[in-house]
Design a protein around this ligand. Structure first.
Ligand code: PLP
Length: 450
């Protein structure tokens, strides 16, 4: 039984308090004037239970592809509890043993990126990456003003204003302007709607080559970095073709532009490799990590960088560039670090990345069956990150109306399965259903989702 100030709340009391006080993320509260708001109460493995006792298959790992190890992991709760009794917190400007152990663990998983900077969320990890890159070039090439960041259409990098300025989803940026300047866009990499009207493999990978043109337009001395999701997640589940990253990286190297990969979603087994970029021949300079890093048991994110980038911050202690001029109060919190360490231990011990590859292949095989339906335009994904693009008809590829996607998601929930959809489509963009269950999912769970 769960206690509140007034005793044990019933589902109806909770719903009333919900209506009275909550302002939820990305939620139209008008709906709840006529409908009961869903309230999730418990979870075990890939199953969830709401306050009414109704059970659901969690096809989205906690709503936004976070809970990679599944719900109800007592060993993470125990590790956090032990650490909190020992030392709950110390600022990220001084080390604690868990911070050191987590940094060493991450460096062992990503040996070319041995320097680990901790913060609280994916957005923050990306903001830190931008600040690192800008201060790095300010120190390395003084007077050159090498500060611009290039991002890709349909990618998302976060909610804070610079992270939003680097996000290629107009629907999320609307009304928040003016956003910080110094960001420029390259086209998306979705073959189904090739921005150049071409088809793979005879396309010359023009979507990656477009980077060179944008660098030249922006001024090659001014471009500092490119940020990309290895596989675009929320923008429509878009795994680029194998040649994409080698082509893009060659351009980055030629122009002295750093490559930041945002593995906030794709990290920690989600795509069937421990990190999403490992499906490709690419060597990033910085990687950002969040969601699956502690599977949502505690808030934590990381920006991991090459040694050469870190070394640029090793001027004498009196120098303005003798340190990275950044701090977040909760970044590096000891409790979050132990949650991440235990989470990674579980992923390794239970071979969850392998299960993600195996079950991801099964999910894809089953989703392909849906292509027989007239409204299923394209099925795509990597590991346990899958999308089904719905269209009015296959030839015209006109996106299926958003209200119909909403109906599908709602009726799945009615049937006890949680899946997702693109939250807002803009005309000309695709409409995609999302599936990203915890990495512990089995065939039975996937069959339920299908
Ligand atoms: N990067 C990617 C790829 C994301 O999908 C998200 C969030 O969905 C973020 C960054 C931002 O992370 P957060 O919401 O933790 O700030």
């Amino acid at each position: 039984m769960k206690q509140t100030l007034t005793g044990v709340p019933s589902a109806a009391e909770l719903a009333e308090l919900h209506r009275e006080h909550l302002w939820l993320h990305l939620t139209n509260h008008k709906l709840y004037e006529t409908q009961e708001p869903p309230i999730m109460a418990e979870g075990t493995g890939y199953m969830l239970k709401d306050v009414q006792g109704k059970e659901f298959v969690d096809g989205l790992s906690g709503g936004v592809w976070v809970v990679n190890v599944g719900h109800g992991r007592a060993s993470i709760a125990d590790a956090v509890s032990r650490q909190m009794k020992l030392l709950p917190y110390y600022a990220g400007s001084m080390a604690t043993p868990p911070y050191i152990m987590l940094a060493a663990k991450l460096a062992s998983l990503l040996p070319s990126l041995p320097k680990v900077y901790l913060s609280n969320s994916g957005s923050e990890a990306n903001e830190k990456a931008f600040k690192m890159v800008r201060q790095y070039f300010a120190a390395k090439s003084p007077g050159k003003k090498k500060y611009k960041i290039i991002y890709r259409d349909r990618d998302y990098h976060g909610t804070t204003l610079a992270a939003l300025a680097s996000s290629g989803q107009q629907e999320r940026r609307a009304d928040f302007g003016p956003l910080p300047e110094g960001f420029a866009e390259i086209p998306h990499a979705l073959c189904y709607r090739c921005p150049f009207g071409k088809s793979y493999p005879g396309c010359n990978i023009d979507c990656a080559r477009a980077l060179e043109q944008v660098i030249q337009q922006e001024g090659e001395d001014s471009v500092a970095a490119v940020i990309l999701e290895p596989v675009t997640a929320g923008g429509g589940i878009i795994p680029p073709v194998p040649e994409y990253y080698p082509v893009l990286q060659e351009i980055c190297r030629r122009y002295g532009v750093l490559l930041i990969l945002d593995e906030v979603v794709t990290g920690f087994g989600r795509t069937g490799a421990l990190f999403g970029h490992q499906h490709y021949d690419v060597q990033p300079d910085i990687i950002t990590l969040a969601k699956g890093l502690a599977s949502g048991y505690m808030p934590i994110s990381a920006t991991v960088a090459r040694k050469e980038i870190f070394n640029q911050f090793m001027a004498g202690p009196e120098e303005p560039n003798g340190f990275f001029r950044d701090i977040s109060t909760f970044g590096g919190c000891a409790g979050s670090s132990v949650a991440a360490l235990e989470n990674i231990r579980i992923i390794e011990e239970e071979r969850l990345t392998e299960n993600s590859a195996l079950m991801g292949a099964y999910l894809m095989e089953r989703l392909k069956e849906l292509e027989a339906f007239p409204i299923v335009g394209n099925v795509r994904g990597q590991g346990l990150l899958a999308g089904v693009e719905l269209v009015e008809d296959k030839r015209s590829k006109i996106p299926l109306q958003e209200s119909r996607l909403a109906q599908i998601v709602a009726s799945a929930r009615e049937d006890g399965v949680i899946i997702g959809r693109m939250t807002r489509s803009v005309p000309g963009y695709n409409n995609v259903l999302y599936m990203a269950p915890p990495l512990i999912i089995d065939k039975y769970g996937i069959d339920r989702i299908i």
